[in-house]
Write a protein that binds this ligand. Structure first.
Ligand code: CDP
Length: 220
């Protein structure tokens, strides 16, 4: 049996992770957070003193990195050379440089292969920037989630993170390789005025319209 993928893409602080976590819980899926993988590489580069803007240096460092992508308690995990960076993944330093690292084609190529491998393990809900456009272009289950920039910045502040959401979005949308954009066949979900439960309900309706079949959805 081939496994199915739900692709969730959207800009920073749009609610991707919250929605993916809730969908995974409700539908019994493996939740895969791809942003953490880009963040883990960024963390390691900074730790080793490699300039994320120096493509040749990034490619060289990447070749020597042992990236481990697994699953624990139904959720993706990431290690670099056996180390889980933990809360460091969301540090201000990583927030400030991750988009540069993510714009490097060699980094994307390596991570996209690891991301596709998750489908061998079961049905997944995967969130990121290019899941519906690049990682799983053939899945019919694509949601592009967004919220107003004001709402997204307020969410980041509430999380206690210093993160220039607008600057990261600009970099992610304008890069040459796999830019953030709405897949032509994605359902668009604006959750500026929705709480997490309402967002989940809206997503479940969109997935049902796209033909997602599971006992849970059929009961609704
Ligand atoms: O959670 P938040 O929206 O702040 O970011 P994230 O999902 O953790 O992603 C961090 C950064 O990784 C993004 O700003 C992108 O530069 C990059 N990224 C990407 O390029 N492609 C993905 N599939 C996921 C993340």
């Amino acid at each position: 049996m081939t496994h199915r993928a739900i692709a969730i893409d959207g800009p920073a602080a749009s609610g991707k992770s919250t929605l993916a976590r809730k969908l995974a819980g409700r539908l019994g899926l493996i939740m895969v957070n791809t942003g953490e993988m880009y963040r883990a590489i960024t963390w390691e580069l900074l730790r080793c003193g490699v300039d994320p803007g120096d493509r040749a240096a990034v490619v060289e460092a990447l070749a020597g990195m042992d990236l481990g992508c697994g699953v624990r308690a139904g959720r993706s995990t990431v290690t670099v050379d056996g180390v889980d960076p933990g809360p460091e993944l969301r540090s201000d330093e990583v927030n400030a440089r991750v988009s540069e690292v993510a714009a490097t084609p060699e980094v994307r190529e390596r991570l996209v292969a690891l991301q596709r491998d998750y489908l061998k393990l079961g049905d997944v809900v995967m969130e990121g920037r290019d899941i519906g456009t690049v990682v799983f272009p053939d899945t019919p289950f694509k949601i592009y989630i967004d919220a107003s920039e004001r709402v997204r910045s307020a969410r980041r502040e509430a999380d206690g993170e210093s993160d220039s959401v607008g600057r990261r979005d600009q970099a992610d949308s304008s890069r040459r390789t796999a830019p953030l954009r709405v897949a032509t066949d994605a359902a668009f979900l604006d959750n500026s005025d929705l709480d997490a439960e309402e967002t989940l309900d809206a997503a479940l309706r969109l997935l049902a319209e796209k033909g997602w079949k599971s006992t849970d959805l059929m009961e609704r």
